[in-house]
Unconditional design. Structure first.
Lengths: 418, 297
């Protein structure tokens, strides 16, 4: 349908008959997860319609995250923009890969969007050579979600859980595991997500500014990996084999987890009201600029250069995503989506406290942590380096030498990123 | 193929038991232990091969949470899961897309590729073997390498996001051409000579003599091609751009991509996707076995 529509649009433009305004009010968007990203986009479309654009039509097309990447890659490599959407959702870790691999495919928005209102780190990750390309969307700002009842049972208080270092977290974790019989965390040894969180909290990443690997000799990387090895060698974690199993483990099998704010929906689905609380994540103490804030996942909207009505795209993005605080309340309540617009925290939904988390104002907390997440450049090869790390984690868990593991990771990453 | 093997093993396994019934046992328990071991091994193998299907069907009746927790017995969520799937996916449309693409592809592929296979075997030409060897060489080119040029071609023809874009590249299937050529080696040339004497033209021979005689080959190829096109994922993913063109396989993939996938719904979709290939297989099973054995009656 869209293709037909677009082709007729091209055709009519070609013969010099400009398409009428009614036709031009449609935007095509590709994203994944209809209940989260799709629903947020639908809500944005509804907000835009209410803001004086009743003819606006959102054409939402659903593809998996990897599928969107695969489709974009094939099509941009083929050099044909036929049928590409106006707006596409790209995961933050992959943003630089697309921006650098296909220069000119995406529209810079530096002159269109006022980025000062967004979380710094979200803007930095979509910036190449001084141009920013994204409308920042959901944040993966991290928190330490813990079972307040189990912590208490082991003799700790909510105050003990604030401003932690990983060393202290492991101490508490082992005590909780022993006292309650419930492991402190669940870990999938093939997924280095937690380590990635720890690394970003130090303000460091896998790459130097010029894109070269920054693994060997990176003190922050070493410090974070040393803490991670301690976790792996402790008795406080329960192994899980998949993402689904990890999610299921949150319903009573573990006393805490460190992950992105988007897990809130899963934790609430476990129906254990009053038994959970959230604190900032532990800090890598040995790192020079270690913080208690980090990020995991998250994604942003990008405008394809082939979009045939950029004015409409800009107006839509600015009107809703760039400034509509009420809209951000809607998607927080409806989808549990924490956006990156800092002003959103002034809205009602962000102000409310949540009985599920013992009356804690969790959204205020998350949005204040959001502004403090260290900005890093995710580079082109984040997933390649992650897999190099993952393949060396079992050795670390078995007590392998830290520097040897770092050497191996660097060597494998060098091969994978060639 | 599995079924042929299974029947043969079954027969052998059954033999000692029937003999044992007629003959008094020679060694102590010798004939009794043999079949027991055989049956235990066979049951285990049967269990292992059937278990994924069993688990899939059980999954359709459970909540996502129970599935992840490894619940392996039937629950009461079947209707809920079906309703959720129907709410999230335009099932009639998606099923229509899948069937349309698979059926047209299968018919077109069988027709074109069997004609090619027939021609390669029956007609002599000095370039025949070289062309055929070149075709077989092309089999080794991975699809990933063809994808971008193919996309450029389809975009040039204005076929992006159409059924034709999926069906056309499958029609000349080198493997099926090869398969028909091999099968045609067993086609009795006397039949063609006799038909010629009776005054049939080449296309009539193909339609009235070759096709009926080779029906088991066609049946086997139908199963292979239908399954291939029904399960085709990568190319439809690349060339289809909208939800209303999606196939079942693409739909399962998007269901699976949610941050919190609903595995109950995914299991229902998977069962629905598996059924047509199973039905086709069972319908054509007898002929398929003959086709695989290469027998022509």
């Amino acid at each position: 349908m869209t293709t037909v529509f677009r082709r007729s649009l091209f055709a009519s433009t070609a013969v010099g008959l400009l398409a009428g305004p009614a036709l031009a009010q449609e935007l095509t968007v590709w994203a994944w997860d209809p209940n989260f990203n799709g629903a947020a986009m639908e809500a944005a479309a509804a907000a835009y319609q209410e803001a004086g654009h009743p003819d606006f039509v959102l054409d939402y097309q659903e593809f998996a995250r990897e599928e969107i990447e695969q489709k974009l890659q094939t099509q941009l490599a083929a050099g044909t923009m036929d049928g590409l959407p106006d707006i596409v959702l790209i995961e933050d870790y992959s943003a630089q890969k697309f921006l650098l691999s296909f220069p000119g495919a995406f529209q810079p928005l530096t002159d269109v969007i006022d980025y000062s209102g967004f979380a710094d780190y979200k803007v930095a990750l979509a910036t190449v050579d001084g141009e920013t390309y994204s409308m920042p969307f959901d944040s993966g700002v991290t928190g330490l979600f813990y079972r307040s009842d189990l912590i208490e049972q082991a003799g700790f208080t909510a105050e003990d859980m604030q401003d932690l270092t990983w060393d202290r977290f492991i101490e508490i974790g082992e005590a909780v595991t022993e006292a309650t019989g419930t492991p402190m965390i669940s870990l999938d040894i093939d997924d280095p997500g937690l380590f990635v969180v720890m690394l970003q909290s130090t303000g460091s990443w896998f790459f130097n500014e010029d894109g070269s690997l920054n693994i060997e000799g990176n003190e922050d990387f070493r410090a974070a990996l040393a803490d991670y090895q301690q976790i792996l060698q402790s008795d406080m974690w329960k192994p899980v084999n998949s993402w689904a199993e990890y999610q299921a483990s949150l319903a009573g099998d573990v006393a805490s987890t460190v992950t992105g704010v988007w897990i809130t929906g899963t934790i609430k689905a476990a129906e254990m009201p009053g038994q959970w609380a959230v604190a900032p994540i532990p800090r890598v103490e040995e790192a020079a600029n270690g913080t208690n804030y980090s990020n995991l996942g998250g994604s942003s909207w990008y405008v394809l250069n082939s979009s045939d009505d950029k004015e409409l795209v800009y107006d839509f993005l600015n009107t809703v995503w760039g400034s509509d605080v009420d809209f951000y309340q809607d998607i927080l309540v409806g989808q549990g989506a924490v956006g990156s617009l800092l002003a959103a925290r002034e809205g009602d939904a962000y102000q409310t406290s949540d009985d599920y988390f013992g009356g804690q104002p969790v959204w205020q907390d998350f949005s204040s942590w959001l502004g403090q997440v260290p900005a890093v450049d995710y580079g082109i090869f984040t997933y390649e380096v992650r897999s190099a790390i993952a393949s060396n984690l079992p050795a670390l868990a078995d007590g392998g030498d830290l520097d040897e593991a770092i050497g191996n990771i660097a060597a494998e990453a060098a091969v994978l990123t060639q | 193929m599995t079924d042929v093997a299974a029947t043969e093993i079954d027969r052998e396994a059954a033999r000692p038991t029937s003999r044992a019934a007629v003959r008094p046992p020679r060694g102590p328990d010798r004939d009794r232990i043999g079949p027991v071991v055989t049956y235990v091994v066979l049951s285990l193998a049967a269990f292992l091969s059937v278990f994924p299907f069993f688990w899939m069907v059980v999954g359709t009746t459970n909540t996502s949470f129970d599935i992840v927790r490894g619940k392996s017995w039937f629950g009461d969520q079947l209707l809920v899961n079906i309703r959720n799937l129907a709410e999230q996916v335009d099932l009639p449309r998606v099923l229509f897309n899948s069937f349309y693409i698979a059926i047209i592809s299968t018919v077109a592929t069988l027709l074109v590729s069997s004609l090619a296979g027939y021609a390669f075997e029956i007609f002599r030409h000095k370039w025949r073997e070289r062309i055929f060897a070149a075709l077989l060489l092309m089999l080794s080119i991975p699809f990933a390498a063809l994808m971008v040029p193919l996309f450029v071609m389809m975009a040039g023809a204005g076929l992006i996001n159409t059924y034709a874009a999926i069906i056309l590249p499958t029609v000349a299937n080198i493997f099926v051409i090869f398969y028909f050529r091999q099968a045609t080696k067993a086609f009795p040339h006397e039949l063609r000579d006799a038909a010629k004497i009776d005054g049939l033209k080449e296309w009539q021979i193909f339609l009235r003599v070759y096709m009926p005689v080779m029906r088991s080959t066609y049946a086997a190829a139908t199963i292979i091609v239908f399954t291939l096109t029904w399960n085709n994922y990568l190319w439809p993913l690349i060339v289809l751009q909208t939800n209303d063109m999606k196939t079942m396989v693409l739909t399962i993939s998007s269901l699976n991509s949610a941050y919190t996938p609903d595995f109950g719904v995914i299991m229902v979709a998977t069962v629905i996707t598996t059924l047509p290939t199973l039905v086709i297989f069972f319908l054509l099973q007898r002929l398929f076995v003959q086709g695989m054995l290469g027998s022509v009656k």
